[in-house]
Design a binder for this molecule. Structure first.
Ligand code: GLS
Length: 777
C-alpha cells in the first residue's frame, strides 16, 4: 500500500476511530485532504530569495479544492483506487460544499490565476479574507429566490493551516482587532510547478471575552468585543459588478490590505534589514479591482512612518502596485465618503491628502486647465475616488479584454489615458484548463489526449493540433458521443438536485453567470417566449428540440434581478404545462449555481449564451470555459467574445446585435417603444408580462420589469441595455443556429474548431503576461 493510502487509513483511525467503510463523507474528505496536505507541505516553503508577486483580492472563488489539488499532485488516480478498494468513489465528494469566497468572474479569475501561476513557476501568493460565510446558498420557493447562509466550514477546512505566529493587529478608529492568517498551499501541476500560498485573514478579538464583565454575569457585554471583531470577516458582500458604500465593507478592505502589507513589510525586513527603499524590488502587488486600493495610502503610511520622505515613499508605492480594472459600470466604481473614511481609518486620511496634493502638482506641471481638473481629483465633492487613486499611484492599469481596455482608454477614463498612456495595458482574462477541461470533462480530455497527446494540460496552445481532426468524421462522431454522455450525466444531476427531467436528446443551450440587467437574461427569457409563441402560432414548425438552462444568483437587494429569476421560473412552468410545446422546449433554472455546478453544466453545453449589451461585459470568462468544452457561442460583440470568435472563426459561432459603435450613435435617439409598436413579436412577448399570461404572485415585479424597458425610471432611460433593439436579431440568430445543428457532423466540426482555437484563453498565458509585463518576476 502507498504512503498516501496508509496516511488516509491512519488519520481515519486516529482522529475519528473509524474504518473507511464506517466513515462519513466528511471524515473521508478530511482524511484524504490531510494525507495529501502532508505531502504538499514537504514542497511548501517560501524561498527567501527572488522577487514575489502578490495578488490582493477581496474574493477568491476557489470552488471545491480536493479534486484540483489531487489532480495537480498526481494523486487523483491513487485516491480513486483507494476509495474503490473500500467500495467508495470520488463522486462522494460532491456532497462537500464549495469554498464560495467570491461572487462571480472576478473571484474565480483570482482562483484560476493562482492555479496557473503555481503551474507556470511564477511565485505568486494570494492575499484575501477568510469569510466565515461565503456567497449565500440559493433555493427557489414558488419561483422566487431565497437566501441562506453559506456555512462552508462545516465540511472542515483541511486545506488550510492557521498561522498563529503571523497574526497582526489592525487598528480602526473604534476597535483594534487581530488578523490571523490561514494559509493554503497552491499546488501547481507538472514539471515547473511551485507550491505557492493563499493567505486568508480572519478577524478575531484581542481578548475572547472580558473576565470582569463575565464575573459580574454581564454575558453579552463580556463577548461584545469578540462579536464586533469577528463581524469584520463574517460575511462576503453578495454584490457583483456593484459596490456598497458601507462602513463594514471599508473595514473589510482595510483589514485585509493592512494585514497583508504588515506581513510583507515584516518579511522584507527579516530578509533585507530595516531600510524599505528596495521594497518594490522584492514585491509586486496586483490590486484586483479597487477593493484593495486602500493599500496605497497604507503602504505610504508604513514607509513614511519609517522615516522616508513623501517623494521616496510615493516612488516605492508606484513601483510596487499595479491595478486591474474589472468593470466600467458606473455603479461599480468605488467611492468612499470622506467622513465615513475618516471615521473608520483616520490615520490614513492625511496620506490620502498627500496623494491628492501630489496629483495637484502633477496636473499643474502638465498644464491641465482648471476646468478639466475635476475629472482627476482623488478627493472630490466629499468623496474619495478609489479608481483615480489606483491609476495615479501605480505603474500599471490594465483592462481584462481588448475591447474593455480600449473602452477604458478612450471613453471611460480618457483624461487619464491622455496623461499617462504608457501605464495602460491589456491582459485578456483566461481560465485554467486543469479545472475547466481535464477535471470536469475527463471524457473530452481523453479524446483530445488520444488524438494529440497530453501536452495541452500545461500548454494549451497545443490544442491547435486538433485543427486537422475537425474534418475527420471519426473524431466528429467521437466528439458527439462525448457530448451526449455529458448531457446524460447533467440530466441525472438535474434530476436529483432539481427534481426535473431534462431530455438528453434536446439541444442544451445554457446561460450561467450572475443575474444582472446588463447580462440580459431577461432578453433570453423574451426570446424563449418568442419561440413559444412561434410554435403555438405555427410560425416555427421545424425546431430542433431545445432545453434552455439558467444558473444565476441575484444580489439579495437587487429587486429587478430577483424579478427576472421569477420570470424565467414562470416561463419554465408555462412551457412545462403546455402539451403543444413540451416535446420541443424545456426551461430550467438550476438552484444554487456555483463553481461545482458549473463543472457539470459547461461540459454538457452545445450553445454558450454570451449576450451582454455591447460595451458592458468587461471580459466574461464562462465564454472561454464553454469554448474549451466544445460549445458554440451565441453572443454579442462584447468582452472576450470578440477575441473568441476572432480565434475560432465567426463562421463557427453565432454573433448578433448592435456593436459598441452602433449603440453610441443611437444612444440619444433610442426609443424602445417604437420597436414595441412596430414589431408584433416584440409586443407579444412583452405583453405576456402584464396581460395575465405569467404570474408574479401579485408582487408587481413583472410590471416593474415591463416598465423598465418601456418607461424607464427616475435613474435611467427606458431599456438602458437595449434588449428590444437586439431581441429580433437574437431570436433569428438562434433559429439559424437551431437549423445548423441538424447537420450533426457539420456542427461537431464547428465545436472542434472552437476547442482547437481555445489555447490563448488559458490563464497560463495571462499569468505569464502579468509576470513578464507588469510584475517583472
Ligand atoms: C468582472 C466582470 O464583470 C467580468 O466581465 C470579468 O470577466 C471579471 C474578471 O475580470 O470581472 N467584474 C466584476 O466586478 N465582476 C466580474 O465578474
Amino acid at each position: 500500500m502507498s504512503a498516501f493510502s496508509q496516511d488516509i487509513l491512519e488519520l481515519l483511525r486516529l482522529d475519528y476511530g473509524v474504518s473507511p467503510e464506517q466513515a462519513s463523507t466528511v471524515q473521508i474528505y478530511d482524511a484524504v485532504s490531510r494525507a495529501a496536505m502532508a505531502q504538499a507541505r514537504r514542497r511548501w516553503q517560501t524561498p527567501a530569495r527572488g522577487k514575489r508577486a502578490c495578488y490582493f483580492s477581496a474574493e477568491f472563488l476557489m470552488g471545491r479544492m480536493i479534486g484540483a489539488n489531487l489532480y495537480n499532485m498526481g494523486l487523483l488516480k491513487e485516491c480513486a483506487s483507494f476509495l474503490a478498494a473500500h467500495g467508495l468513489d470520488m463522486n462522494m465528494f460532491e456532497e462537500i460544499g464549495d469554498a464560495a469566497l467570491g461572487n462571480g468572474g472576478l473571484g474565480r479569475l483570482a482562483a484560476c490565476f493562482l492555479d496557473s501561476a503555481a503551474t507556470c513557476g511564477v511565485p505568486l501568493d494570494g492575499y484575501g479574507i477568510r469569510y466565515r460565510y461565503g456567497l449565500f446558498a440559493q433555493t427557489f420557493e414558488d419561483g422566487f429566490q431565497k437566501e441562506a447562509p453559506d456555512d462552508w466550514q462545516r465540511f472542515t477546512d483541511p486545506w488550510a493551516v492557521r498561522r498563529e505566529e503571523d497574526a497582526v493587529l489592525i487598528r480602526f478608529a473604534d476597535q483594534t482587532v487581530r488578523a490571523v492568517p490561514y494559509d493554503s498551499p497552491v499546488i501547481g501541476c507538472g514539471e515547473n510547478a511551485l507550491v505557492n500560498t493563499l493567505r486568508l485573514w480572519q478577524a478575531e478579538a484581542q481578548r475572547p471575552f472580558d473576565f470582569d464583565l463575565f464575573n459580574r454575569q454581564k454575558y453579552s457585554a463580556a463577548v461584545e468585543e469578540r462579536d464586533r471583531a469577528e463581524a469584520i470577516s463574517a460575511v462576503l458582500y453578495p454584490n457583483d459588478d456593484t459596490r456598497e458604500g458601507k462602513r463594514l465593507r471599508l473595514k473589510q478592505q482595510y483589514f485585509f490590505s493592512a494585514a497583508s502589507l504588515a506581513d510583507l513589510v515584516k518579511r522584507y525586513k527579516a530578509a533585507h534589514g530595516p531600510d524599505l527603499s528596495g521594497f518594490a524590488e522584492a514585491y509586486a502587488i496586483q490590486l484586483n479591482d479597487t477593493h484593495p486600493t486602500i493599500s496605497i495610502p497604507e503602504l505610504l503610511r508604513l514607509l513614511m512612518e519609517e522615516g522616508m520622505d513623501f517623494d521616496a515613499a510615493f516612488a516605492v508605492v508606484c513601483r510596487t502596485f499595479a491595478y486591474t480594472n474589472h468593470t466600467i459600470m458606473a455603479e461599480a466604481l468605488e467611492k468612499w465618503d470622506v467622513n465615513l473614511f475618516k471615521s473608520v481609518v483616520p490615520q490614513l486620511y492625511p496620506y490620502v491628502e498627500l496623494l491628492e496634493n501630489a496629483l495637484e502638482m502633477e496636473l499643474a506641471l502638465r498644464r491641465v486647465p482648471r476646468e478639466k481638473k475635476q475629472n482627476y481629483r482623488i478627493i472630490c465633492r466629499g468623496q474619495i475616488h478609489m479608481a483615480r487613486m489606483a491609476i495615479f499611484a501605480t505603474h500599471s492599469t490594465n483592462g481584462v479584454a481588448r475591447i474593455h481596455t480600449e473602452i477604458i482608454k478612450h471613453s471611460a477614463l480618457p483624461e487619464w489615458y491622455a496623461l499617462w498612456p504608457e501605464r495602460f495595458n491589456n491582459k485578456t482574462n483566461g481560465i485554467t484548463q486543469r479545472r475547466w477541461l481535464a477535471l470536469c470533462n475527463p471524457e473530452l480530455s481523453g479524446l483530445i489526449t488520444q488524438r494529440i497527446g497530453d501536452g495541452w494540460i500545461t500548454d494549451l496552445d497545443q490544442l491547435k493540433r486538433l485543427v486537422p481532426y475537425a474534418d475527420d468524421p471519426a473524431t466528429q462522431d467521437a466528439f458527439l458521443a462525448v457530448k451526449e454522455e455529458k448531457k446524460r450525466q447533467l440530466a441525472q444531476v438535474i434530476r436529483s438536485k432539481e427534481g426535473f427531467r431534462l431530455d438528453p436528446t434536446f439541444l442544451y443551450d445554457i446561460q450561467i453567470k450572475r443575474l444582472h440587467e446588463y447580462k440580459r437574461q431577461f432578453m433570453n427569457a423574451l426570446s424563449i417566449l418568442d419561440l413559444y409563441y412561434g410554435i403555438k402560432e405555427g410560425r416555427i414548425t421545424d425546431l430542433q428540440p431545445t432545453a434552455f438552462l439558467f444558473g444565476a444568483k441575484a444580489a439579495p437587494g437587487y429587486y429587478r434581478a430577483k424579478g427576472i429569476i421569477k420570470l424565467i421560473n414562470e416561463i419554465a412552468r408555462l412551457v412545462d404545462g403546455d402539451e403543444a410545446v413540451r416535446g420541443l422546449l424545456q426551461v430550467v433554472f438550476v438552484q444554487n449555481y456555483n463553481v461545482s455546478y458549473a463543472e457539470k453544466l459547461i461540459p454538457a453545453a452545445e450553445v454558450s449564451e454570451q449576450i451582454s449589451t455591447a460595451g458592458t461585459e468587461a471580459s466574461g470568462t464562462s465564454n472561454m470555459k464553454f469554448m474549451l468544452n466544445g460549445a458554440v457561442t451565441l453572443g454579442t460583440y462584447d468582452g472576450a467574445n470578440i477575441e473568441i470568435v476572432e480565434a475560432a472563426g465567426e463562421e463557427n459561432n453565432y454573433i448578433f446585435g448592435a456593436r459598441v459603435e452602433d449603440i453610441e450613435k443611437l444612444r440619444q435617439s433610442y426609443d424602445p417603444k417604437q420597436i414595441y409598436q412596430a414589431e408584433p413579436r416584440v409586443r407579444r412577448v412583452m405583453d405576456a408580462l402584464v396581460d395575465g399570461t405569467l404570474s408574479d404572485g401579485s408582487t408587481g415585479v413583472f410590471r416593474e420589469l415591463y416598465d423598465s424597458i418601456l418607461e424607464g425610471a427616475s435613474w435611467h432611460r427606458p431599456d438602458q441595455y437595449y434588449l428590444l433593439l437586439d431581441l429580433i436579431p437574437y431570436c433569428e440568430t438562434r433559429l439559424r443556429l437551431n437549423r445548423d445543428v441538424r447537420d450533426r457532423r457539420a456542427f461537431a466540426k464547428k465545436c472542434l474548431l472552437n476547442i482547437a482555437n481555445a489555447g490563448q484563453f488559458s490563464s497560463d498565458r495571462t499569468i505569464r503576461q502579468y509576470a513578464r509585463e507588469i510584475w517583472s518576476v
